[in-house]
Design a protein around this ligand. Structure first.
Ligand SMILES: [Fe+2]
Length: 251
């Protein structure tokens, strides 16, 4: 499995505080079947053009020297699009593995139209925005995500949110059930979160094929800078019932 969203670059943001803490998480990832991890520290849109700082580079060197065998680390960042992206970011200084794919996020209360406009700007730079945890935003809905994907954006749902109750959990499950998630990631901050959580959940919902697409095939396509595959909606009635409940105004 491949996890393209983590805060395991030690002591540079609100994630892992030390190399030791990151190695502990990576050891657990390896035992769970994770082979590749992108290190994606938070950056503001205004900082993205300058690329990663000397502190990021030092943290990378320190962790790369200690990372467990069997795990390949990749560069990246999670860019907060609270303002237009610095045009210099098109030099791919902060994209996922140097590809055209860039992990982006928004403030939680952002409006759907603001997201659409910002995604459009990123695409106009020749990059492909990978929207981190769309289920976290209050404006997230099946129609809104359908429109963002139609623009050309990629949706990264948090794997561990699939097992959370109501609210954000319902939105994450709706997206996966409708075939609107492109990849899953853990967004680990030096804690217990792991993408393997999604394997069990998807298996329980007849989504074994989707698990391969969301956790392996599409993340690998991103690292290869190739187009992604469409992921089928979940079979069975679970997704349909959830969507009907939303449409009828249920929680
Ligand atoms: Fe994150």
């Amino acid at each position: 499995m491949i996890d393209l969203h983590s805060h395991l670059l030690p002591a540079v943001d609100d994630g892992s505080r030390s190399v030791r803490q990151s190695v502990r998480v990576l050891d657990r990832f390896a035992r769970s079947g994770v082979t590749d991890v992108a290190l994606t520290p938070h950056l503001l849109a205004s900082q993205a053009g300058a690329g990663l700082t000397p502190a990021h580079e030092a943290a990378w060197e320190a962790l790369a020297a200690e990372a467990p065998r069997g795990i390949t680390l990749h560069r990246g960042a999670e860019v907060m699009l609270d303002r237009p992206l610095d045009e210099r970011a098109t030099a791919r200084r902060v994209t996922l593995g140097g590809t055209r794919y860039i992990l982006v996020e928004f403030p939680r209360m952002v409006a759907a139209e603001i997201v659409a406009r910002a995604l459009h700007e990123v695409l106009a730079h020749g990059l492909v925005p990978v929207l981190a945890h769309p289920e976290r935003y209050s404006c997230c809905s099946v129609p809104a995500v359908t429109a963002w994907r139609h623009q050309g954006a990629v949706m990264q749902v948090d794997a561990t949110t699939l097992t959370q109750p109501r609210g954000r959990g319902d939105r994450a499950r709706d997206l996966v059930a409708a075939g609107l998630a492109d990849i899953l990631a853990a967004d680990n901050h030096g804690d217990e979160r792991c993408i393997a959580t999604a394997v069990d959940w998807l298996a329980e919902h007849d989504g074994a094929e989707q698990a391969v697409m969301l956790l392996e095939t599409n993340p690998r396509a991103i690292l290869r800078d190739e187009p992604l595959y469409e992921v089928d909606p979940l079979p069975g009635r679970t997704g349909l019932l959830n969507r009907m409940r939303r449409l009828l105004g249920g929680v």
